[in-house]
Design a protein around this ligand. Sequence first.
Ligand SMILES: [Zn+2]
Ligand SMILES: [Zn+2]
Length: 246
Amino acid sequence: MGVPRVYCECAVCEEARSAGVNRRLRSSVQIDDPETGVIWIDCGTDWAKQMEAAALRTVDTLLITHAHFDHIGGLVEWADACRWLRKKGRAYAPSEVIQEILDRFPWLSNQIEFHSFDQPIMLGKWRAFSWRVHHGKNGYAYAFHFEHTESGYKWAYCSDSIGLTEQQQKPLYELDLLVLGTSFYEEPFAYETRSVYDVKEAIALTEKWRPKQIFLTHMSHDIDLNKRYELPENMHFAKTGMTITI
Ligand SMILES: [Zn+2]
Ligand SMILES: [Zn+2]
């Protein structure tokens, strides 16, 4: 829902409304590589705001992890922008995700070309592949793995997942950078009602996966960035607008 949550007056949401250290938008990543043009992962309901903050007028390529509204809610606005620019948008998503999106918003294909991301694709010198991951009570999502064919740099984006099988965990081993979604520090709710890992689980898992660097994203109002948490030294909370150079 982003932070603050509209209905909520907890200390973190109130802080987000005033000073704003905890102000968080729906999870999204911009990949800025001169050889690929501007790539975005996901396009949630905060998309227009995020584009303004990045001083961008358009996106060249969009990758979509799954069809939940916090990841696709901005597509309608992007399609409208494409119409005004008279330039079709280019989006890649696994076929079943494209199907879900077009079932709900059939007119999007007038302005956006959807390409299947079932097989690996090349984005500049990045070889990218997607794989399906468990998303708990919320069903499924996809995660993306990127490897630079010259430098060998490997990173992955996995914003919405929980209870990954050994097979689903395989692409997450030995990365240079992992961006992982965690909603709570320690989620108090029954496991079968949950849909995203929490920070404590992420700490245990990344001890096994051994990424060089980890950024946690998709955080709810449970995480207070003014508080001190015991995180491993290679693990950091992502912040709105944060830039990482790789
Ligand atoms: Zn989701
Ligand atoms: Zn989500």
